[in-house]
Write a protein that binds this ligand. Structure first.
Ligand SMILES: [Zn+2]
Ligand SMILES: [Zn+2]
Length: 330
């Protein structure tokens, strides 16, 4: 499924199977989850995509061929491919354990082709083994909703009372990890969205309500997954002294100005950008211990536009995942 022009639907296209370069694998894609970031790319809010582009950065597939020197996995091994597709290893960020901020990073489904396809190629260093507990479709959302969600949770610190704004794919995974860590979760959903509220409660939140409401007690931290800038001052009001507000998305509408008083007393706001391979290794080791169970709604590859439309309108419970047929080589 090809992205060619911002604001237009993806186009079903027949492309040659890519060839793995040095250090790369050819991967037959079995499932690729649909992320809100894909909407930001398609809507033109992320302005530097490769064009034309195959979107998708939560890929689960099996190794079908090896490029020169690609020895880390064997043919037939199942791997996951995340958003971070390449980093330079040489810049100050890479050298200080912060490859998520690499100056020359390349991103799957954004600056390199991704997984809305039957085949893709990936740098062997950026593939993860997938825990056997998970089916292909169930594993796919772990690769971004899970990884970025986990990074956001770590940034939120160790406080007991955690607010989560936006109960989509990332939140439904993070809530399970946070409960496992014996935290109390407060779920904030679109005002009036009773289905989302029920979903939040089903995930074990101690309280669920509209994002325009304040929780019954001050929170230690809040994570905002919804791409809505108005939620930043709202979350600052919900956290107590020293509280942290983590913005987990890659794009957000403008944050309205707010009185210094709600930042005062050492509250802080930070964003989470991308992931490191270490985040992936930590989270994929943790997920089966919790165990994180993902709720997925699957669509055939050619219905990617429908999956994106449903995600946009808030109609996906858990995560949307594209699943590929037993692919016929072209
Ligand atoms: Zn993503
Ligand atoms: Zn770098």
């Amino acid at each position: 499924m090809l992205f060619e022009t911002p604001g237009r639907q993806l186009r079903l296209a027949n492309l040659p199977t890519p060839k793995p370069g040095a250090g790369q694998f050819l991967i037959r894609v079995h499932a690729c989850a649909v992320c809100r970031t894909d909407l930001h790319v398609i809507d033109g809010e992320l302005t530097r995509p490769k064009l034309p582009l195959i979107p998708g950065h939560e890929i689960v597939g099996t190794i079908e061929a090896k490029g020169d020197g690609a020895e880390r996995f064997e043919i037939g091994d199942r791997v996951g491919i995340p958003w971070l597709g390449w980093s330079c290893g040489e810049c100050a960020y890479c050298k200080s354990g912060r490859e998520n901020l690499c100056d020359r990073a390349r991103f799957t489904g954004y600056t390199i082709d991704g997984g809305y396809a039957e085949y893709t190629v990936a740098d062997q260093r950026f593939c993860f083994p997938i825990p056997s507990l998970y089916g292909d479709a169930q594993a796919a959302p772990l690769l971004c909703a899970g990884l970025i969600g986990y990074r956001s949770l770590v940034k939120a610190g160790n406080g007991k009372r955690l607010g989560i704004y936006g109960f989509g794919a990332a939140a439904h995974i993070v809530a399970q990890v946070a409960r496992y860590q014996q935290r109390e979760i407060y779920g904030f959903t679109r005002p009036g969205d009773r289905d989302a509220e029920k979903f939040a409660l089903a995930l074990g939140t101690v309280w669920a309500g509209g994002s325009n409401e304040l929780p019954p007690e001050k929170l230690d931290a809040a994570i905002i997954f919804a791409p809505v800038g108005e939620l930043v001052p709202q979350a600052l009001k919900a956290v107590g002294k020293g509280g942290v507000v983590v913005c987990g998305g890659i794009h957000m509408s403008d944050i309205p100005s707010f009185p210094y008083e709600i930042l005062w007393e050492e509250r802080s706001v930070c964003s989470v950008a991308n992931l490191t391979r270490r985040d992936g290794e930590e989270f994929l080791a943790l997920a089966p211990q919790v165990p994180v169970r993902t709720e997925v709604q699957t669509f055939p590859l050619e219905e990617a536009n429908e999956a994106l439309a449903r995600l946009r309108s808030g109609k996906i419970r858990g995560a949307a995942v594209l699943v590929m047929d037993a692919a016929s080589p072209n």
